[in-house]
Design a protein around this ligand. Structure first.
Ligand code: HEM
Length: 489
């Protein structure tokens, strides 16, 4: 019996498959009397309903996803030995989940927030997940600050709302956030749709080729639809009228056959250049300016198939920055290192120990061959096969070839800041971004920031926040100061 026939045809049944005689009236002791425990249809239905929700993602709870195809358009074998990147024209199935960061599962789409851009490549060497955002940088540069940062974005434990005091207190005291905050309150902070924005891998990753040479790589996904954004007023109105605006737009455009497309580019830094590059190349609050490492086009990403069941395929989808394939690996970026732990841990809590076995999550172009067994909802897929290695029964064996190349380290252990390179400071790239903007863009940026900062209850918190932008650019700080003063009266 096919899955479709199972769920849509024939008599209604209980979970155990027995026919249900009455789905309108529960069984009582006499008409008007109390309900009987022997009405297992009622009890099973209520009990199942109570368990329909799994924990929402602690961040990026609100999202939409679609399947697609990645096509390689350039030979990249000089930089990586990943098989899905081995031949021009080669196609790989993908699944992409977009999300906002701070809002809960039922929150509105059109808000000012970074957008998640989590991409799974179903490759013949296992699933490769690139769990990025629509911004090339991030607010902080050490994973140890992430839970504090997210606490300030989410609901305050006393008021139950997001609080301007918490947001600006943290950003003011974390000057490394200035670049990302300048980006977020600029025009791109509220994309018009999920199709009209770019995606970025954000972190630096390691690529290594057949000869074992190492390259540091950043990924860019440039929208072929063009960038389109909403103003704060447009977004506020849309959020009220149609909280699902982005989710709907994505689904409907794919249903119409208008498949969203992104041009995939990489920036490549030979390993030997990392130590003396003007910025720490593993600092997530910095970009590599294009004049230093020009983007190289390597492929196209198209989304062309909607999921059939949002819960099964979007809510239960899992993406991990630790899902690498041969030829690709992590960099020493301290944020990325923390993320290598956090996601698998979240998946085990949120979806369970066998989350990787679900159709959306399991490899599609190869098989997973592990000796892990059992646990909640284990489906017995390994049948009677031996569950240990090494074994003499033809079981899976180790390859002796690491996915990525080792990196050299020196020094002693300790709670240390990542190394500061010649031109590194918390403000230089935020200032550069501001100075690139047109006069109109600057005006909107200052207004967006001022509207929010003016809600802060304490002058010292507002002043510290403004001072970060002053250090990025004198004119930026002055205009913001004036705008906040005017609003605070
Ligand atoms: C150390 C810093 C970070 C930590 C500890 C962290 C942790 C997490 C956790 C626990 C989740 C929920 C996973 C789940 O329940 O399935 C998540 C989701 C996500 N994070 Fe992070 N995160 C960090 C930084 C970042 C950065 C820098 C980016 C982007 C560049 C990012 C992008 C995402 C995306 C796109 C998702 C949603 C994935 C999905 O669609 O399922 N995160 N993060």
């Amino acid at each position: 019996m096919t899955q479709e026939a199972h769920v849509t045809q024939g008599p209604l049944t209980t979970e155990a498959g027995a026919p249900v005689a009455d789905n309108q009236n529960s069984e009582t002791a006499g008409a008007g009397g109390p309900v009987l425990v022997q009405d297992q249809t009622l009890l099973e239905k209520l009990a199942h309903f109570n368990r329909e929700r799994i924990p929402e993602r602690i961040v990026h709870a609100r999202g939409a996803g679609a399947y697609g195809t990645f096509t390689l358009t350039r030979d990249v074998s000089q930089w990586t030995r990943a098989k899905f990147l081995s031949e021009v024209g080669k196609q790989t199935e993908t699944f992409l989940r977009f999300s906002t960061v701070a809002g809960n599962l039922g929150s509105a789409d059109a808000v000012r927030d970074p957008r998640g851009f989590a991409l799974k490549f179903y490759t013949e060497e296992g699933n490769y997940d690139l769990v990025g955002n629509n911004t090339p940088v991030f607010f902080i540069k050490d994973a140890i600050k992430f839970p504090d940062f997210i606490h300030t974005q989410k609901r305050d434990p006393y008021t139950g709302s997001q609080e301007a005091d918490n947001v600006w207190d943290f950003w003011g005291l974390s000057p490394e956030s200035t670049h990302q905050v300048t980006w977020l309150f600029g025009d791109r902070g509220i994309p018009a749709t999920l199709r009209h924005m770019n995606g970025y891998g954000s972190h630096t990753y390691q690529w290594n080729n057949e000869a074992g040479e190492v390259f540091w790589v950043k990924y860019h996904f440039k929208t072929d639809q063009g960038i389109k954004n909403l103003t704060t007023d447009e977004a506020n109105q849309l959020s009220g009228m149609d909280p699902d605006s982005h989710q709907r737009d994505l689904r409907e455009s794919i249903e119409r056959g208008e498949f969203p497309l992104w041009t995939v580019q990489i920036q490549v830094m030979p390993a030997a250049e990392a130590a003396n590059y003007r910025f720490n190349p593993f600092d997530l609050t910095k970009v590599w300016p294009h004049e230093d490492y020009p983007p190289i086009e390597i492929g196209k990403l198209e989304l062309n198939r909607n999921p059939e069941n949002i819960f099964a395929e979007v809510e239960q989808s899992i993406f991990s920055p630790a899902h690498f394939v041969p030829g690709i690996g992590p960099s020493p970026d301290k944020m990325l290192q923390g993320r290598l732990f956090a996601y698998g841990d979240a998946h085990r809590y949120r979806v369970g120990i066998n989350a990787d076995h679900l159709p959306v999550n399991r490899p599609h172009a190869t098989d997973a061959r592990t000796n892990s067994r059992d646990g909640f909802l284990y489906d017995g897929r390994h049948k009677g096969a031996k569950n240990y290695e090494p074994n003499s029964f033809g079981g899976p064996f180790q390859t002796d070839r690491p996915l990525w190349q080792p990196t050299q380290v020196t020094g002693t252990t300790g709670n240390t800041e990542a190394p500061v390179h010649a031109e590194d400071n918390d403000f230089v790239q935020a200032g550069n971004l501001y100075r690139l903007m047109s006069e109109d863009e600057k005006a909107r940026l200052v207004d967006n920031l001022a509207q929010f900062i003016s809600k802060v209850s304490r002058d010292d918190i507002a002043e510290r926040a403004i001072n970060n932008f002053r250090q990025a650019d004198g004119d930026f700080g002055k205009r913001l100061d004036t705008a906040v003063q005017a609003l605070r009266g």
